[in-house]
Design a protein around this ligand. Structure first.
Ligand code: ZN
Ligand code: ZN
Ligand code: FE
Length: 722
């Protein structure tokens, strides 16, 4: 016969790891304990949250379950350790002062303005009505304002703004949604704009260019429908054609959005989402010339919300820099560097501690994993035994710090081609190591001797691990899927340094995280003039055609041809092959940014149906030249250019899928490299590989382009047990 047992009192300590600071975790814990009638305390301890609760054992169990299930949306609970303690009694549950803790630190990414804050922003009766810096525990800056951990106000750039009595009351009231919101602010006590919003809007309405201080740096903004404003912006910024992103409250009026894209746009990360442009999108052709897609994003700070809703039209929002320099962060720096570009500056007095550019997502994969996503850690399938710092590549630079089974991939740093970028790389890395309380014990790097990241690595007086470029791409994809078994890897890329000193980039590897074997690749072609051939794809087209015994249609060729004898490094890059076809088809013979010709070739192919051009395979060499020759002959015979472009895309995909089938000793294929951002090429590869019975893994968490390299390098270094 069952009898009711007397209530048993228990005391437990929970240590919660993951992204649990700066996301309203302590207030959540406080409400939960109150609901369950538990006493005890919660505090930030190092990078973790430490909780002690005491009460009826059923209530303690319910607390443990709810900690994970009901955690705030912005939190990521990765790990909860539970220890039983002797009961001690007590009369309340309180939030205790932060303490130290010897754990791996984590700080969450910046979060877009939440719905509750947005309601206040637009409510004339609220004391924060139209206040551009409101935030709460569910939204606002984190990574970009944190100087050190634990995440508390005095260790953020908001320490210069003492709370007013009203804010203090909210901050201390456990029932308030701003209870311990570290970025709390109001018009009475918080940061202020440096320019009246009306004046800023007048500049935009008059077709001017406005510099706007954001979360992780400055933007340049102008009316996205104003051709003249865009022409001025492009001229002053020295950026001919590279697409700009558009900030709008109504993205559905500009681009076709699937359910997945809609969700991404509205996620707390608020990335730029690349989506097919609608034919009647009311923005200037100059926003993204030659591209089928348009990058759109929603307002993500209160200031953006005010700007966009007051202006009532889409705004170009592009990084505050000239050409390829790093984005401007400091106020003086912005006035210095953007003074000749912007007509006015809309700044404020909340300092930015860390640079962080906008994230960009295309379909299911990130093109740039940055604001809102970094620095959330990624898992490493093989844990690092020591602290690894991976230096990344040269273009789309990132670095990655690995400790144990966690890897912190940095935000996007831009191209490391100039001194300003190289200085910013070193500064950002130092700040990042500081945040993670990390000191490099192993440094992983690309094999390219001229990369600025390699140069930094070689200066470090620690163990070095060189990782081949395309192996790092493949490893990044393996690692994000937790895959440690050997697999085949198709890496289609621009150029990367090969182990034989030539430039690789159209590769079929057999690899695992530790090592690789090159089993097939596009036949190398000489790049007449080296780097110049990358900027002038017609040179590559000429080299391919001459090899194939076809007439070269470019007048400049006889002059340039001589460079074959002096400066013509060999490249097997898939990007170069697609560039050559683009030049041949008259799409583009000179590019103004990396990947431009290939992007326009993809746009030309569109959804046009075509059979693949055949591509001979002899041993491990795939005759990419066959595709160029076939394209040349079809063009001569008057075939539609869209069909030719489609047949080339299908030809590349079918050549690599068939080579995988011939290699036949693995059942998984990973796809990586910058060319896999080509949606048509990726889709064709997936379809063909699936038909051969392969499981296909593609990037979901890190970019297929060089922005993902450092994560791959870290995974390789960890797997080598260094
Ligand atoms: Zn909020
Ligand atoms: Zn206040
Ligand atoms: Fe690459």
């Amino acid at each position: 016969m069952a009898t009711a047992s007397p209530t048993h009192v228990e005391r437990c300590r929970f240590e919660v790891g993951g992204i649990v600071q700066g996301v309203g975790f302590r207030p959540f814990t406080h409400r939960l304990a109150a609901r369950l009638g538990l006493v005890g305390h919660v505090r930030n301890a190092g990078a973790r949250v430490e909780i002690e609760v005491e009460g009826a054992s059923e209530a303690v169990d319910a607390f443990a379950a709810a900690l994970v299930v009901e955690a705030p949306a912005a939190a990521r609970v990765e790990h909860v350790a539970r220890v039983d303690l002797p009961p001690r009694g007590g009369s309340e549950f309180r939030i205790a002062a932060s303490g130290p803790g010897a754990t791996v630190p984590a700080v969450g990414p910046d979060l877009a303005t939440c719905d509750d804050c947005l309601r206040e922003l637009l409510d004339p009766g609220d004391r924060r009505y139209r206040y551009p810096f409101l935030a709460c525990t569910a939204c606002g800056p984190r990574f970009t304002v944190v100087r050190a951990l634990p995440y508390d106000r005095e260790r953020t750039t908001l320490d210069a703004f003492p709370l007013c009595a009203d804010c203090r009351a909210e901050y201390e009231d456990p029932r308030d949604r701003r209870f311990h919101a570290e970025a709390i602010a109001c018009p009475a006590c918080g940061p202020r704009l440096s320019l009246a919003l009306d004046e800023a809007l007048a500049v935009l309405r008059a077709g001017g260019i406005l510099a706007v201080k954001g979360l992780g740096g400055w933007h340049l903004a102008c009316d996205a429908a104003d051709d003249a404003a865009l022409a001025r912006l492009r001229a002053r910024k020295a950026r001919d054609a590279k697409p700009f992103a558009v900030m709008t409250a109504r993205p559905e009026a500009l681009v076709a959005l699937g359910a997945g894209e809609e969700a991404l746009l509205r996620s707390a990360a608020r990335p730029i989402v690349l989506a097919p442009r609608l034919p009647d999108a009311g923005v200037s052709e100059q926003v993204a010339p030659g591209s089928r897609r348009l990058g759109v994003l929603l307002p993500y700070t209160p200031l953006h919300h005010l700007l966009v809703s007051d202006l009532g039209r889409p705004l170009v929002m592009t990084s505050g820099n000239r050409s390829d320099e790093p984005i401007a962060v400091g106020d003086d720096e912005a006035r210095d560097r953007l003074g000749t570009i912007a007509d006015a500056f809309l700044g404020h007095d909340r300092p930015i501690h860390r640079r962080c550019e906008d994230s960009v997502v295309c379909g299911a994969f990130p093109v740039r994993r940055s604001r809102g996503l970094a620095p959330a850690p990624l898992a490493l399938p093989i844990a690092a035994r020591r602290t690894i710092v991976a230096a990344g590549g040269q273009l789309k630079g990132t670095f990655c710090v690995a400790k144990g089974d966690r890897a912190w991939l940095s935000p996007h740093l831009g191209d490391l081609d100039n001194d300003a970028a190289r200085r910013a790389f070193r500064r950002d890395l130092a700040l990042y190591l500081d945040m993670l309380a990390a000191r490099p014990e192993v440094v992983a790097h690309d094999l390219h001797p001229d990369y600025a990241s390699t140069a930094w690595a070689l200066e470090q007086d620690v163990e070095l691990v060189g990782v081949q470029h395309h192996h790092a791409h493949a490893a990044a994809c393996l690692a994000e899927h937790g895959e440690t078994s050997p697999a085949l890897a198709i890496v289609l890329d621009g150029t990367g340094y090969g182990t034989d000193g030539t430039l690789w980039g159209g590769e079929l590897l057999r690899c695992d995280l530790e090592s690789f074997e090159r089993i097939a690749h596009l036949e190398p072609v000489p790049l007449p003039g080296g780097e110049r051939a990358v900027r002038e794809p017609w040179r590559v087209a000429a080299a391919y055609l001459e090899r194939a015994g076809r007439a070269v249609p470019f007048e400049r060729w006889p002059l340039v041809r001589q460079s074959l004898a002096v400066n013509a490094p060999l490249s097997s890059g898939a990007g170069r092959l697609l560039d050559a076809v683009a030049a041949l088809l008259g799409v583009r013979d000179i590019v103004s940014y990396e990947g431009q010709a290939a992007i326009e070739l993809e746009a030309l192919a569109g959804d046009t149906v075509a059979d693949p051009y055949p591509c001979r395979r002899a041993g491990g060499a795939l005759a990419g030249g066959d595709l160029v020759a076939a394209a040349h002959d079809d063009l001569r015979d008057g075939r539609r250019r869209a069909e030719i472009a489609a047949a080339v895309h299908e030809g590349v995909a079918s050549a690599f899928a068939d080579a995988c089938a011939a290699a036949g000793d693995a059942d998984t294929v990973v796809l990586s490299g910058g060319c896999l951002q080509n949606v048509r090429l990726a889709a064709s590869l997936r379809r063909r590989l699936a038909a051969h019975g392969f499981t296909v893994l593609t990037h979901r968490l890190v970019p297929p382009n060089d922005g993902g390299l450092s994560y791959g390098q870290a995974a390789v270094a960890a797997a080598r047990r260094s």
